[in-house]
Design a protein around this ligand. Structure first.
Ligand SMILES: Cc1ncc(COP(=O)(O)O)c(C=O)c1O
Length: 542
């Protein structure tokens, strides 16, 4: 089926056997020719209004990106779809009723909370579709997803096998209470043993990283009979009471004093670029790790320490190689459990299956979510050792949710892991690391506003500063929670206008594209950052 552009100008071109509907395209309303089918005319008219088309300038015709499936099938249009979007929906429901982009945005904004923000300025962009490393808005504009949404779509969008696994699981079994065994639960349990650090073999499935961390805290407290949790200031562990209390970053502040939560003590993070205790690596002999031992001795009653092995949102902080082995020794010496929060840094992001694998350290509890299903369905995992598991053989496991081990989340996770293996994405992240590092180092050499570039695999931060010598930032964490305009946000907005979406936090950008990203796509994203860093360069102190 061809959508001919000239029809708008020449409605007399209407042919017998066709009907005309209006479709909202990139730049206004266009006439679209559709096969005439009297019996289905009303239906077609309604659904065609939600067609999404793209102009193929090479062939001088529109191509259909999304629309009513029978409509496209009847016209034999699947072959003509954009090469990376051949996934027809089988049944349209009222959830797909035609709404304009503006209506969708307004209804969302009026009736939903925008998270972690003042509500007034929230104007959510309507995203209609996504595939590979790109997502597409209601007007058909495509954006390079340079941070994999929230550093979670590691496989890229709409991997056809995972999409099919979701449908397959829905056909097989949508829900059964967590007390039952299911095939997908068994398959995922076996699959996880292939990729998790050795020794982690008892699982609690939740529906988010937050919930998985809550489970970890309760398990650690029940198992050790102790109460306190040590966390670090530059950290994020989740949004509910226990996990926000263990979160060091300013998202905790708005909740205080309630969010403070009894029993959490904060340690300094490892940040060799801007050390919070003003030491210099390696002469410091990683005093930050030793200080944690000091805390354990003085706090007493410490059940666990929770760490993002590579700190995510708070700066992609990579510890020196001795840090984790030293902490492991400290934990063992004091009977304190080590909880590795791999919600963001796991699933190939750092060039290993899990970021602790970079130092061959075995945590007692590993928590993850996000990349476990490439975020297609909401799944969190809390994995523990046999030693912890054995304790609960004759002690009450006092934890659970209705949606625990939800079948719809587990089947797709099996296929996500299979796809990561088939496409060798963990290896790919490791292979692309030097390419990205070299490109970002080149940016640093060019832009006076870049203070530091750091990362592993396909997980990098570019930190901007007002003054390279003093490392003074353009904005503070307080600015962030008070909703003040941030320099990083200005730059991110310019990049978005140029079709590159990037996550920014206080003073750095997080570069974490889907692991299927090509070098050309990496070049594109970095070029956009390069262009707009001029904003920060101009604000640098002379
Ligand atoms: C390291 C870390 N832990 C926990 C969480 C919370 O996960 P969720 O948002 O799935 O609840 C996040 C979310 O970004 C995270 O990055």
């Amino acid at each position: 089926m061809k959508f001919r552009r000239d029809l708008r100008e020449k409605p007399e071109n209407r042919e017998a056997g066709t009907m005309f509907v209006n479709a909202n395209l990139n730049h206004g309303v266009w006439f679209v020719v559709a096969p005439y089918a009297p019996m289905h005319q009303t239906l077609i008219s309604a659904l065609a209004a939600s067609l999404i088309l793209d102009w193929d300038s090479r062939k001088e015709e529109f191509i259909l990106l999304r629309g009513f499936p029978n409509f496209t099938a009847r016209s034999g249009c699947y072959d003509r779809l954009h090469p990376f979007r051949r996934s027809p929906t089988m049944i349209e429901t009222s959830a797909h009723a035609a709404l304009t982009s503006e209506q969708i945005s307004n209804l969302t904004r009026q009736n939903n909370y925008g998270t972690w923000r003042f509500q007034k300025a929230w104007k959510p962009l309507y995203i209609a579709d996504a595939e590979g490393c790109w997502f597409i808005d209601g007007a058909g504009k495509r954006y390079l997803d340079f941070s994999s949404q929230l550093m979670c779509v590691n496989l890229g969008h709409k991997n056809p096998r995972v999409v099919e696994a979701i449908a397959e699981q829905a056909r097989e079994l949508c829900y059964v209470a967590p007390g039952y065994a299911t095939a997908s639960r068994a398959r995922l349990s076996a699959k996880l043993l292939e990729v998790l650090p050795e020794g982690l073999n008892k699982f609690f499935f939740a529906t988010s990283g937050t919930e998985a961390n809550e489970a970890a805290f309760k398990i650690a407290r029940m198992f050790t009979g102790k109460n306190k949790i040590i966390s670090r200031y530059r950290s994020y562990h989740g949004s509910t009471m226990g996990s926000i209390a263990a979160t060091g970053d300013p998202r905790r502040w708005a909740m205080e004093p309630a969010g403070k939560g009894a029993g959490v003590a904060f340690a300094p993070e490892t940040n060799c670029y801007d050390c919070p205790i003003r030491h210099t690596y390696p002469t410091c002999n990683i005093a930050c790790a030793d200080y944690i031992e000091h805390m354990i001795r003085n706090e007493s009653d410490v059940a666990a320490i929770i760490l993002e092995p590579v700190v995510g949102t708070n700066g992609v902080l990579v510890p020196p190689p001795e840090y984790f082995p030293r902490l492991r020794e400290i934990c063992d010496r004091h009977g304190v459990l080590m909880i590795a929060d791999e919600v963001m840094a796991g699933w190939g992001r750092t060039g290993k299956w899990f970021s602790v694998d970079n130092w061959n350290v075995k945590p007692d509890i590993l928590v993850t979510a996000k990349g476990i299903t490439s975020a297609y369905v909401p799944l969190g995992l809390c994995a523990t050792t046999t030693k912890i598991a054995d304790y609960f053989e004759d002690h009450y496991f006092s934890h659970g949710h209705t949606y625990e081990a939800h079948p719809l989340t587990l089947g797709p996770a099996v296929v996500t892991i299979e796809e990561m293996q088939r496409l060798k994405l963990v290896e790919r992240a490791a292979e692309l690391e030097p390419y990205v590092r070299q490109k970002l180092e080149a940016l640093k050499a060019k832009h006076v506003s870049i203070g530091d570039v750091r990362g592993l695999g396909l997980f990098f931060a570019v930190e901007i500063v007002k003054n390279r010598k003093t490392k003074q930032l353009f904005n503070t964490m307080r600015d962030k929670v008070e909703g003040k305009p941030l320099v990083v946000d200005q730059i991110a907005a310019k990049m978005m206008a140029q079709d590159v979406s990037i996550q920014a936090w206080v003073s750095h950008f997080v570069i974490a594209p889907p692991l299927i990203v090509t070098k050309e796509e990496l070049d594109l994203g970095i070029a956009a950052l390069d262009e707009h860093l001029a904003i920060a360069d101009a604000l640098v102190e002379a």
